[in-house]
Design a protein around this ligand. Structure first.
Ligand code: ADP
Ligand code: MG
Length: 315
């Protein structure tokens, strides 16, 4: 449905987007994940035809954004980082206005707009001025705006930014529901969001794709048994040096000291080794009881940090 090839965008010396390629299949929800400044908005702005690329191609449903911008724009609903709302219009006035802008068939206007308001749950505020709505409702109006004209593709730039936790859950639910009938690209700099909503994740860092996979596979690619959290009774220095001596241990760090001679440690070992047994024997021999021991699962957060830090080190 969406095909991006060797896309690059330069601002002077800076490459905001640096030679990225990916595909989004019809009906897929793709998460675009990356720290601030990674190039998410720039990529989305290019896909939607808001700005031009320096090099590379964008195709939506087979149409090239440069050759057939109208055909592409017809198929895309866009919610930019800053929703383009007119504060002095009522919700209904605004949606009618967008409807005219998008040159959609006039006959369906009433039904389509009322369907969209139903879906985004804003029907009961349709006569309110947008400026008087809460941030969460403004965001829903922004989403509603992107749905006008029934586009196949939705591009949503950080759709939950600035919302409170309850509003975030509601908007996510809504996006998931929209995913049944639309192809969606959603950007976020927060990981739980992406794993909650998306089937595929692209991690982008400094304009480059650092990883692309399902949230599950991204987690699998990194061995979770290699990192342990342990609470051990004993003088921290001595405990630490005993652990350090165990074969395969890469590092050990104190996470927190609970009381005198009782601390929690994080222990990282080579991926192929399970050091729980050697750890048990080493601590028993030294006379330091293990109070608690558990594997630390790599969260998407860790993976994200690892991937983006590796990139940094490689520079
Ligand atoms: P993200 O949305 O992932 O936070 P952006 O796509 O907004 O990142 O920005 C990517 C990089 O491009 C940043 O370093 C930003 O400063 C730079 N950038 C974005 N727009 C412009 C512009 N109009 N002029 C110069 N630099 C820009
Ligand atoms: Mg952005």
């Amino acid at each position: 449905m969406i095909e991006i090839q060797n896309l690059t965008k330069s601002y002077g010396q800076i490459k905001a987007v640096d030679d990225i390629s990916f595909k989004v299949e019809k009906g897929e929800i793709l998460g675009f994940l990356g720290p601030n400044g990674a190039g998410k908005s720039t990529t989305m702005n290019i896909i939607t035809g808001f700005i031009s690329s320096t090099a590379g191609t964008v195709k939506v449903d087979g149409y090239d954004i440069m050759e057939n911008p109208r055909e592409v724009k017809k198929r895309i609903g866009y919610l930019p980082e800053q929703p383009p709302l007119y504060m002095d219009m009522t919700v209904l006035e605004y949606l009618n206005f967008v409807y005219e802008l998008k040159l959609v068939d006039k006959k369906q206007r009433r039904t389509q707009i009322s369907d969209i308001m139903e879906l985004t749950k804003i029907a009961h505020v349709k006569d309110r001025l947008i400026k008087n709505l809460s941030k969460g409702y403004k965001q829903r109006v922004g989403l509603a705006q992107s749905l006008v004209g029934s586009p196949d593709v939705l591009i949503l730039d950080e759709p939950t930014v600035g919302l409170d936790p309850k509003q975030i859950i509601e908007i996510r639910k809504l996006i998931k529901a929209l995913g049944k009938e639309h192809t969606i690209i959603l950007s976020s700099h927060i990981l739980p969001e992406v794993s909650a909503v998306c089937e595929k994740v692209i991690i982008i860092n400094k304009g480059k794709i650092a990883a692309i996979d399902t949230p599950e596979n991204l987690s699998k690619g990194f061995d979770s048994a290699s990192k342990l959290s342990a609470t051990i009774a004993g003088p921290t220095n001595s405990v630490q040096s005993h652990i350090q001596e165990i074969y395969g241990v890469k590092y050990v760090d104190v996470i927190s000291e609970k009381e005198k001679d009782l601390a929690s440690y994080v222990i990282e070992a080579d991926k192929s080794l399970d050091i729980r047994r050697p750890l048990f024997f080493a601590m028993a021999k030294a006379g330091y009881p293990i109070i608690e021991l558990k594997p630390m699962d790599m969260t998407l957060e860790d993976i994200f940090l690892q991937i983006t830090t590796e990139e940094k080190e490689a520079e």
